[in-house]
Design a binder for this molecule. Structure first.
Ligand SMILES: [Fe+2]
Ligand SMILES: [Fe+2]
Length: 263
């Protein structure tokens, strides 16, 4: 199975710029074209939150239009910039977005790898939370099947050294670790939010962050540094399950010269 992860597209209305600088719809359009042109077609696409920038119906309308050419199953998760109701209204055929207890949490059983999508959103707050209700659902869901599993969520459960974003991270990642560590079938916890690729050991598995399809976070690693973004090449990730292990590849959206030995 080949699972494509995109994250943090921060789509704004046509003609607008995110932060007054980034044409995020154009960035996502380029990314969608790149995914469709991949030599091996992904079996599914998961978008791990901050799907739009302001949580408005108009932005979700643009998002829906840009993602429409993706002809494989598409799964959406919420980030701190998202609005659950507006998201559900924009994607009415995505019945699983109804979730449980009001949260956008659901499980996908259609592939060789089980996909468990979590909701870390605290409305109008930049940080993330998996409250008792959400964690109880996760526990129940993981207990229901020992099949290889990928957990997808917006806020990563580990600190990265990118201090500004770490300050708006997941509250009490230890509570999530206590659940995940009971289930060795969890191959990966895939996240967004930091706008930069990073990974760490977490709860007996690997947690990873996918680069944004738009702007990236400057790689400063300086404690206390202020937030700075950069327009270095944007990207997405391909998680390849070969029946034994899950291998994660990072792809860039930009096109570069390629050749073989006979060229
Ligand atoms: Fe983001
Ligand atoms: Fe975020």
């Amino acid at each position: 199975m080949l699972l494509c992860q995109i994250t943090d597209p921060h789509v704004v209305e046509r003609g607008a710029l995110a932060y007054g600088k980034v044409d995020t719809p154009q960035h996502l359009e380029r990314c969608v074209r790149k995914i469709l042109a991949l030599p091996r077609r992904p079996d599914a696409v998961i978008a791990t939150g901050d799907l739009v920038d302001g949580g408005t119906a108009a932005e979700y309308g643009v998002l829906r239009e840009i993602l429409a050419p993706l002809d494989m199953p598409l799964y959406l998760a919420v980030g701190n910039h998202d609005d659950r109701q507006q998201l559900r209204a924009a994607f009415p055929t995505h019945r699983h977005l109804a979730g449980e207890d009001g949260f956008v949490q659901y499980v996908v059983e259609d592939f060789d790898v089980r996909l468990v999508v979590l909701d870390t959103l605290i409305p109008r707050k930049p940080g993330g939370l998996l409250c008792e209700k959400r964690l109880r659902w996760l526990d129940r869901t993981l207990a229901a099947s020992a099949r290889p599993t990928v957990v997808a969520q917006h806020h990563p459960p580990f600190a990265t050294g990118l201090s500004f974003m770490d300050r708006m991270s997941l509250v009490d990642p230890g509570a999530e670790a206590a659940v995940i560590s009971k289930y060795p079938q969890v191959e990966r916890v895939i996240c967004g939010h930091h706008h930069r690729n990073a990974q760490a050991r977490f709860a007996g598995t690997v947690a990873s962050i996918c680069p944004s399809t738009a702007h990236q976070l400057l790689l400063d690693l300086v404690p206390g540094a202020d937030i700075r973004f950069t327009l270095e090449p944007s990207g997405f990730q391909l998680h390849l399950w070969d029946g034994q292990q899950l291998v994660t590849h990072t792809a860039v959206v930009e096109d570069f010269r390629t050749w073989g030995t006979r060229d």
